[in-house]
Design a protein around this ligand. Structure first.
Ligand code: KG4
Ligand code: ZN
Length: 332
């Protein structure tokens, strides 16, 4: 069974063809970073316009790379939320039109479920597992009990982790998206140079907060002279990253220990962070628990994870009706 997966919830126009749920025949991602870079963040209207311009050619490229024709597609899976509403509507309307024209079923997919299951494109994970989803729009922990059965354990109370990376990069005039830039720059800096605060939340659950850390970086930078900012950029990046990673690692550790779960899988753009990955590897080997890290290209938004999540729903007999809507906010 071949599923075309379409993803357009934010600033990546993506399409992939996945066979039998896991065999990725093609995975095409057209990033819009050059459009949004000068604004230091995604401009929703520009994002949806760009999706409209290129979604057909990105989809055609996915079919071409897979070496198949549209007649060999059995179903279409598409993200219908959460995300930027204009961007979502482009992908959803396009997917509906294709499915109608090709006479194949279509399946609306929750973007968060796409991320959570992205690891299955590489390896089978046994349930239950703890899932850390850390992206530009979300930072949450779930207990994944089965396909389609996810118990929410906690979320950020303010900014998402990726949003904090992006905002700190913007503050330091480093460009967008900030995560990969800070990740690279931090390698040259001293993570112990500045002691930024780690939020220690008293509310119950496995929640996060990144806005205090972001504000601490803003306040620190404001007190510096221009030339000192330039001299200290790598140290600021490394120290900020260490604080953000500390909070994520601490929550992961708390979840696996308190819930007595033997494995954890990472997902979302921030899961590509090299420091987060190495800290978690160290921790999980000392705990004797299993850690699953998708390759970085599967962490950030892509169509293959949407095709996979769609496959899981389709084999349970689930398809969507033509009146399915797009939702900026959609719970898992
Ligand atoms: O999952 P994703 O592609 O889109 C959303 O669903 O939000 O995540 C994008 C986010 C951005 O905030 C980006 O800065 C962050 O993931 N990101 C990273 C890294 N690569 C991407 N954050 C930290 N380190 C990275 N290497
Ligand atoms: Zn995402």
């Amino acid at each position: 069974m071949r599923i075309l997966g379409i993803e357009s919830s934010c600033d990546e126009t993506a399409a992939a063809v996945v066979e039998d749920g896991v065999n990725v025949l093609s995975d095409v991602v057209a990033s819009q970073t050059e459009i949004h870079n000068r604004y230091g963040g995604v401009v929703p209207e520009l994002a949806s316009r760009r999706h409209m311009e290129i979604i057909a050619s990105v989809t055609q490229a996915a079919l071409d790379k897979a070496g198949i024709s549209s007649r060999e597609i059995d179903a279409i899976a598409v993200t219908h939320g959460p995300g930027l509403i204009g961007s979502l509507l482009v992908g959803l309307s396009f997917a509906k039109a294709l499915a109608y024209g090709w006479k194949v079923p279509f399946i609306g997919v929750n973007h968060l479920e796409g991320h959570l299951l992205s690891i299955f494109l590489e390896v089978d994970v046994s349930f239950p597992y703890i899932a850390l989803l850390a992206s530009g729009g979300h930072t949450s922990l779930y207990l994944a009990e089965d396909f389609g059965k996810y118990i929410h354990l906690g979320s950020t109370l303010d900014d998402a982790a990726g949003e904090a990376f992006d905002k700190v990069a913007k503050l330091l005039s480093l460009g967008y998206p900030g995560g990969p830039i800070i990740d690279r720059l931090a390698l040259k800096g001293n993570a112990a140079a500045i002691s930024f605060p780690r939020a220690n939340l008293s509310v119950p659950g496995f929640n996060f907060s990144f806005s205090g850390l972001k504000t601490a970086v803003v306040n620190y930078v404001r007190r510096l002279a221009k030339e000192d900012i330039a001299n200290q950029t790598a140290d600021i990046a490394a120290s900020f990253q260490e604080a953000a990673v500390d909070m994520l690692v601490r929550a992961c550790q708390g979840a696996v220990l308190q819930l007595k779960v033997d494995r954890l899988a990472l997902s979302g753009g921030v899961a590509a962070n090299s420091r987060l990955r190495s800290r978690l590897k160290e921790l999980f080997s000392s705990l004797g628990k299993e850690l699953y890290l998708p390759k970085p290209s599967l962490c950030t938004d892509n169509g293959a994870m949407i095709a996979h999540a769609g496959y899981r729903r389709l084999i349970k007999g689930f398809t969507s009706s033509w009146d399915l809507n797009a939702y900026a906010c959609l719970r898992l």
